[in-house]
Write a protein that binds this ligand. Structure first.
Ligand code: NAD
Length: 309
């Protein structure tokens, strides 16, 4: 049994990770400032004797005693990370510095929740981990993309300079229960619009592609990576590629919705294609997604039906 800190643990992915770590027998400290996270996400474990919830902002130093740290604190949806872009940079950069400082002091293992956004609007397809990316450093998404890139830089500097036990997961689009209704991410947007019978809004012509990983698969990948010896960045995502238009039609059909599909202008720096190359995850941590899109969408739709009652 280890004592594990999950920053951003009250959020969408973090709450599923905390539940998994409790189920695995660990002591879990969840740290969150509740910017996009909610106590309700932790209902199933809130009173568990091995679980503790701490309100804290990662831009401030951490003084906790733990063996492992999963650093997830950072709003993931453009609507939230752009609402206060300077704070997003601080969360990424100061947050990384503080978890790394704590990990150095405690000789703890530390995993960074990085992102496929480090590849920007990729010119290589699918994206392997050795692709350096194509990122606009001054655009409206830069606070997140560049913030995450600097965080990775810091992780590798701590590895080289202090021999820290680092792990870096580059997470691709993940979806599932507990995504926020209003955060503008494509799966939750479409499901909520379909259930309300409102028009489904597609940005651009809908031919841009994405890959969608169900949250349970992703959590399995994070845990396996933490438990491995791999210090290289590892892509975690589902390589099955769908156009946004396909996704919209699938969700309309699965919800038996009468929603029509509306097309709006494409936002700035929106990547055309995004699909992980997961060869490294397969060989190094023996991981690949197991949950098909229809199955994951079924669970997500069931969650939103209940949450929107
Ligand atoms: N969901 C995805 O598709 C995806 C893809 C790539 C990377 N990621 C990364 O995974 C992590 C979790 O994403 P998510 O989808 O669960 O997002 P989320 O917004 O649901 O969760 C982020 C959590 O971090 C907390 N937080 C934000 N700023 C904080 C701060 N300064 N101090 C303490 N807590 C803070 C929020 O309150 C929230 O609970 C993020 O780091 C995100 O960048 C997610």
């Amino acid at each position: 049994m280890s004592r594990v800190l999950v920053t951003g643990g009250a959020g969408f992915i973090g709450s599923h990770l905390c539940e998994r770590l409790i189920a695995d027998g660990h002591e879990v400290i969840c740290l969150d400032n509740f910017l996009t996270g909610r106590k309700a996400n932790l209902e199933s474990i809130a009173r568990h004797p091995r679980f503790e919830l701490v309100r804290h902002d990662v831009v401030e130093p951490l003084l906790l005693e733990v063996d492992e740290i999963y650093n997830l604190a950072c709003p993931a949806s453009p609507r939230h990370y752009q609402a206060n872009s300077v704070k997003t940079v601080k969360t990424n950069v100061l947050g990384a510095l503080h978890v790394l400082g704590a990990a150095k002091r405690l000789k703890a293992r530390v995993l960074q929740a990085s992102t496929s956004e480090v590849y920007g609007d990729p010119q290589v397809h699918p994206q392997p981990e050795d692709y350096w990316g194509h990122v606009n450093p001054i655009g409206t998404r830069a606070c997140y993309d560049e913030g995450k890139r600097v965080a990775e830089t810091l992780f590798y500097d701590y590895l080289r300079q202090h021999k820290l036990q680092i792990r870096v997961a580059r997470i691709f689009n993940t979806y599932g229960p507990r995504m926020l209704e209003n955060d503008g991410r494509v799966v939750s947007n479409f499901v909520v619009q379909a259930l309300r019978g409102e028009p489904i809004t597609i940005y651009g012509d809908g031919s841009q592609t994405r890959s969608f990983c169900f949250v349970d698969d992703l959590v399995e990948g994070l845990v396996r990576l933490m438990n491995s010896n791999c210090t290289e960045p590892v892509n975690l995502g589902n390589p099955a590629e769908y156009t946004i238009a396909d996704l919209a039609h699938k969700i309309v059909a699965m919800t038996s919705s009468k929603s029509r599909i509306d097309k709006l202008p494409l936002p700035a720096d929106d990547p055309r294609r995004r699909r992980p190359d997961i060869s490294r995850a397969k060989t190094v941590i023996g991981w690949q997604p197991t949950i098909a899109l229809e199955q994951g969408l079924g669970k997500t739709i069931a969650y939103f039906r209940e949450a929107m009652k």
